[in-house]
Each structure stands twice: as structure tokens, then as C-alpha cells.
Design a protein around this ligand. Structure first.
Ligand SMILES: C[S@@+](CC[C@H](N)C(=O)[O-])C[C@H]1O[C@@H](n2cnc3c(N)ncnc32)[C@H](O)[C@@H]1O
Length: 430
């Protein structure tokens, strides 16, 4: 396919998403099924246009002076793919699959409108109702912090130290351009490409099949490390899901002690069995939703809750979620978080640690939840996550957000990772 056909396809996919209210991944898949002739290069280029458009939707609509899908796509190409109105029109010429050339009105909008004149939430490329939350979290940096979520994310890998080390994996994946992560100690990063470039499918590599690495955002690797689980401990992963953090912790614990992986959703838990096997993990015990956990009450050295959340921290990877998030779904997540904290807390032994993690940067889901939990549970106290950070990563690395060195927030702008929140509480001894 030539550029024009790819651009037209991206317009169709975005229109389909809007019309059928379906996520980008589904709309792209459906387009692929209807256009079997399209090669993998075409599919990934179309995907790149669609995701770039969604990441910057509000600001591009503003610049192009319209909320039409066609303008969103053309604006995306001119803002982020190095096209000018002339070069785009030249590329479309003689291509019967291309959209109509840019009109005078479209060219005028693109060349005269300035984002500096847009409302702040449009500059920040976030829904208007979320601007106060970002402002509360990041003060005068809030627009820059939000804008960093509009950039393409890298692919991060966590080396499984039970089976390999960084140089071994880097060697196996030398064609991928993987470099060592800046903060996480066992991470490799394949930087995000530009334009139509494709990310390598590292999961097809023999090194992945052998369990040498997992795909895991550097932020997720960092918070797993901050849990500070030691070999031989009894640890509970109360919201284990597919086991991303269970796997990371098992490696940190050198396969010694026990990780109890629990989740209320059987479907989400399903991939964990295969992943544990591939990674060579022997110290994890998976507890199905209906399991009797009464033996574990008051017995865990560490319990961590990787709570269900709005996922605002993953907007770079799932930009459609940014525009779909509603006040109602935030409210639902807040209730779930309160429940999960209350349910998990009794498993912490006196003198043990209780960790709360989200992949969100909204204070409602983070600091506020911890403050309200501590108010109701006076046998717990907030400890300094900042001190643990410094012990593990030192002072010379990019630093996360922290108002008081207690809880920590990672962001694309501050730590170059997805957004994560981390807080650790101690259960008092008596
Ligand atoms: C953010 S995801 C966990 C991701 C996982 N820890 C990882 O690193 O791959 C949150 C999980 O919490 C689970 N969950 C929601 N409510 C729960 C509850 N009351 N008790 C336990 N798990 C719950 C969900 O099923 C979901 O799998």
C-alpha cells in the first residue's frame, strides 16, 4: 500500500471506533480481517497513525479547527510525521486509494492556529474534567507531565535473573536495538520508533520462549523492586492478575520463600500458570478466587495490592482509554480500591509491610486512598518509600515525584516510564 491508502485506512479505523464504540485494537483487527491483502508493514503503519492520532487527539482537533476524523489524521501526519501540506498533497497525487487532497481551509487552519492559544486541558491533551487532578498532583508542571503521556512508549523487557542476565539477553536480541534501562536494574529498553517504523516482535524470539525475559514496563519493574521482598520471606500478591509482578518478585526472592498469588478473577489469573512455568519459578503458589486463605491471615511478611485502577499511567500504550474514562468509572475503581485494601490488610503480620500500587497518577486513587485507609486502620503507619528508592537506586538516577519522600509517583516525564504510584505501610507490632 502507498501512503494514501494507509492514511485512508486510518481514517476508516478511527471512524469505526467512534461509530461502534470499540477500542482501537478491536477496530484495527476488524480492518485487518476485511483487508487481508494488507501486509504487516501496512498494518503497523496504520496502527501507528491511529495511536499517534489518539494520543494527541484534543490538541490536533484544536490545531485543525475541527473534530472530524479526517482532519485528526491529516493533522497528525503534519504534526508528528514530518509532512507538510505540500508534501502530503504530493504523496496523495495519482493514488486512487488516497483521501482527497488538503483543502485551502484545512491548510489555513494548520498553518495559522497556535496551541498556545488553546485551553490548558487541550494543551495537556487530557479530558477537561481531569485537569484539576493533574494540577493537584503536579503543580505548575502539570501540562508538561500530561503532555509526556502523548509520546509513543518504548518496549521494556525485564531480564529473568533466574535464567539469564542483561548482557545475555541483550546479545540474543542484538538486532532489536535494546539498551539497558536507566533505573530498573534488570531491564532492557527498545526505544519507540518514529513514523511507520515497526517494533520488533520479541515474543517470537527463542530467548523469550526459554523464559529469559518478560515484557514489562520499566515502571512496573521499579515498583516490583521497591516492594523489597527478600529471599525466604512469605509474600502475598493480592491482585496478581496475569502475574507480571509475581514473576518479578519470584526472581528477586531467588526462588526462596513463598509468593502467594491471588486474584478474584479466574480469567485474569489464567496466563499466570504458563508464565510461571516458562520463567522457572518454584516459589509461587497460585490461589484461585474460591480458595480458603484463612491460614495466611496475619502470617505474611509483605502483602502488596496492585490495585484495580483507571490505568491513567498507561495512556501512552492505550490512548483510547484516556478519552473513554468517565467520572463513573473512576468512582467504581475508588470503591474497589477501598475494598481491596480492607480485604488484603489482615494478611500482614504484625511488624510486616503493606504495599499499595496503582498504574494511575490521579491523587484520588493514590494519596487520598492511603490517607483514608490510615485513618480507619490505626495499626498501620506510612513509611518512607523515598528511602527505599535511594537504597535501591541511589541519588544519581532520574527521581520520581514525591511531596514528602513518603509515597512515590513515577511518570513518563520524570522517570521515563509509565505512570505508577507506590506507597508502603508498616503494621505496628502490637
Ligand atoms: C492492576 S491489575 C493486576 C496486575 C498484575 N498485578 C500484574 O502485575 O500483571 C488488578 C487486579 O486486581 C484484581 N482485583 C480486583 N478486585 C479484587 C479483589 N477484591 N481482590 C483481589 N483481586 C482483585 C483484578 O481482577 C485485576 O486482575
Amino acid at each position: 500500500m502507498r501512503l494514501g491508502g494507509r492514511v485512508q485506512a486510518a481514517i476508516e479505523v478511527l471512524s469505526d471506533m467512534e461509530k461502534r464504540k470499540r477500542p482501537a485494537s478491536e477496530a484495527l483487527k476488524a480492518w485487518g480481517l476485511d483487508h487481508r491483502f494488507a501486509g504487516s508493514g501496512d498494518r503497523s503503519a496504520i496502527g501507528n497513525i491511529v495511536y499517534d492520532a489518539l494520543r494527541n487527539r484534543a490538541s490536533t482537533h484544536y490545531i485543525m479547527d475541527s473534530d472530524k476524523t479526517r482532519r485528526l489524521v491529516l493533522g497528525t501526519l503534519m504534526r508528528f510525521w514530518d509532512f507538510t501540506p505540500d508534501s502530503l498533497n504530493a504523496a496523495f497525487e495519482g493514488d486512487k486509494f488516497a483521501p482527497d487532497p488538503l483543502s485551502q481551509k484545512e491548510i489555513e487552519a494548520f498553518t495559522t492556529r497556535n496551541l498556545k492559544d488553546a485551553p490548558e486541558h487541550v494543551q495537556a491533551d487530557i479530558p477537561e474534567w481531569l485537569a484539576p487532578s493533574f494540577q493537584a498532583n503536579f503543580d505548575e508542571e502539570w501540562i508538561a507531565e500530561a503532555q509526556a503521556f502523548t509520546k509513543r512508549p518504548p518496549v521494556d523487557l525485564r531480564v529473568n535473573t533466574l535464567k539469564a542476565n542483561r548482557s545475555k539477553v541483550a546479545k540474543a536480541l542484538h538486532k532489536s536495538g535494546a539498551v539497558e534501562t536507566v533505573i530498573a536494574r534488570h531491564g532492557l529498553r527498545i526505544p519507540a520508533g518514529e513514523g511507520a517504523s515497526r517494533q520488533p516482535n520479541v515474543q517470537a524470539d527463542a530467548a523469550f520462549q526459554k523464559g529469559w525475559f518478560e515484557i514489562q514496563d520499566e515502571g512496573s519493574q521499579i515498583v516490583s523492586d521497591l516492594i523489597f521482598a527478600r529471599p525466604g520471606e512469605q509474600v502475598m500478591d493480592f491482585c496478581a492478575g496475569a502475574g507480571g509482578k509475581t514473576l518479578a518478585l519470584a526472581a528477586t526472592m531467588e526462588n526462596k520463600g513463598q509468593i502467594h498469588a491471588y486474584d478474584t478473577d479466574k480469567q485474569r489469573l489464567k496466563p499466570i500458570y504458563e508464565r510461571l512455568k516458562r520463567a522457572g519459578i518454584r516459589n509461587a503458589q497460585v490461589h484461585a478466587p474460591d480458595a480458603d486463605l484463612s491460614d495466611l491471615v496475619g502470617a505474611m511478611d509483605r502483602v502488596f495490592v496492585d490495585a484495580p485502577c483507571t490505568g491513567t499511567g498507561t495512556w501512552r500504550r492505550r490512548p483510547d482509554a484516556k478519552w473513554k474514562l468517565t467520572k463513573e468509572s473512576l468512582e467504581t475503581r475508588l470503591t474497589e480500591q477501598e475494598e481491596v485494601l480492607t480485604e488484603a490488610a489482615p494478611f500482614v503480620k504484625p511488624g510486616g509491610f503493606f504495599v499499595y500500587i496503582t498504574c494511575s497518577v490521579l491523587p484520588e486513587e493514590n494519596e487520598n486512598q492511603i490517607a483514608s485507609f490510615l485513618e480507619d486502620n490505626t495499626d498501620f503507619e506510612l513509611l518512607s518509600a523515598g528511602e527505599v528508592w535511594q537504597e535501591i537506586f541511589g541519588f544519581d538516577k532520574p527521581q520520581p515525584w514525591s511531596a514528602d519522600m513518603m509515597s512515590i509517583t513515577l511518570t513518563p516525564a520524570s522517570t521515563g516510564t509509565d505512570g505508577f504510584f507506590f506507597a508502603v505501610m508498616g503494621r505496628k507490632k502490637q
